[in-house]
Design a protein around this ligand. Structure first.
Ligand code: ADE
Ligand code: ZN
Length: 358
């Protein structure tokens, strides 16, 4: 550990109750589970062993990751598969003192293989219902794959309409993910307008690899409630000021950004610059099985590389609740729990983090 960051702050962040707002559930599939499900379902993988698969996790950009991520998701066929994947994530989230999570899923990745959206949502929801009994609340956000057409997204939205009713307690929004460059938010204006008319929450990946103009499009055309990643906003001071003024949060994923070569290394990450300019940044894991860590690993790496202090880390954790899609009453209760922990001797959640050294 960098000696200028007290180990106690890393421990304190690890133990803090927190929300995770940017996690692709398919990105939580660990290689061991990919192989177990492949065997269970008779799916042939392009890799001979867990080690060979893991060795392929050397990404040069977003697309190089997505190619492997979609191959990994090909083992998911049954409701039980989606349950098992989500239950495994729940264990990791609970270990990191996540008390609320808002999870993305990519239905088109599964429907194109003949798996109905209802199967996907049923398995994920069942695991999340079990998690709720253990103190982890959650929402689910259906993401459209932006490398596919808007017609495909519209058909997916229509197919999911009954599920937005049936799972209205859980399935509360839509998002936009996959290959960003060449697929601007404007391509999905109509489907987002339909989702907005239904009263759904709206988010979109923008400004991960794409330019600041994509963040403007997400705000002005899609009218998103949050921006996923958004780190390239830093290139446009007027955009940064607007994000700060409107308190539109960014769900930042630091380890992801380094793994996908958005930044050369963690010390180059712009999270602290955005925070200093008043942007509501949060810390999240994105695709933790692929990027070297779950949410606490992201806090650890960020705190150390950017030398964040106690007040900055508190603000980031608090932002996770401020930016979440819970009710005002739930938000107040979550923040009260954080405050009792952060300012009251932090015994309550008592988490630990494995990687902290001296
Ligand atoms: N799907 C899963 N992870 C993603 C990311 N980081 N960016 C875009 N789409 C994704
Ligand atoms: Zn993402």
């Amino acid at each position: 550990m960098n000696s200028s960051v007290p180990a106690s702050l890393v421990q304190k962040a690890a133990g803090a109750p927190k929300a995770e707002l940017h996690i692709h559930i398919e990105g939580s599939l660990e290689p061991e589970l990919i192989f177990r499900l492949a065997q269970r379902n008779g799916v042939k993988l392009a890799y001979d062993s867990i080690e060979a698969l893991r060795a392929a996790y050397a990404f040069t950009n977003l697309q190089s990751f997505l190619d492997i991520y979609y191959a990994g998701a090909s083992v998911l066929l049954t409701e039980q598969d989606f349950y098992d994947m989500t239950a495994a994530y729940v264990e990791r989230a609970l270990a990191d003192n996540v008390v609320h999570t808002e999870i993305f899923f990519d239905p088109q990745t599964h429907t194109e293989r003949g798996v109905p959206i209802a199967t996907v949502v049923a398995g994920i929801d069942r695991a999340l219902a079990d998690a709720e009994k253990r103190g982890l609340s959650s929402k689910l956000i259906l993401c459209f794959l932006r490398h596919l057409s808007e017609e495909d997204a519209l058909a997916t939205f229509d197919a999911a309409l009954p599920l937005f009713e049936q799972y209205r307690h859980r399935l509360i929004g839509v998002g936009l993910d996959s290959s960003e460059r060449g697929h601007p938010p404007s391509k999905f204006e109509r489907v987002f307008a339909k989702a907005r008319a239904k009263g759904l929450k709206l988010v979109a990946h923008a400004g991960e690899e794409g330019p600041p103009s994509y963040v403007y499009e997400a705000l002005d055309l899609l009218k998103v409630d949050r921006v996923d990643h958004g780190v390239r906003s830093i290139e446009d001071p007027a955009l940064v000021a607007r994000l700060a003024d409107t308190r539109i949060a960014l769900t930042v994923c630091p380890l992801s950004n380094v793994k996908l070569c958005v930044f050369d290394d963690m010390t180059k990450h712009t999270l602290k610059d955005l925070l200093d300019r008043g942007v509501a940044v949060t810390v999240n894991s994105d695709d933790p099985a692929y990027f070297g860590g779950y949410v606490n690993d992201n806090y650890l790496a960020t705190i150390e590389a950017l030398k964040l202090d106690d007040a900055e880390v508190y603000t980031i954790v608090r932002n996770s609740f401020e930016a979440s899609f819970v009710t005002p009453e739930e938000r107040a209760a979550l923040i009260a729990t954080l405050d009792a922990y952060w300012h009251g001797g932090h015994g309550e959640h008592g988490g630990s983090v494995g990687a902290s050294g001296s």
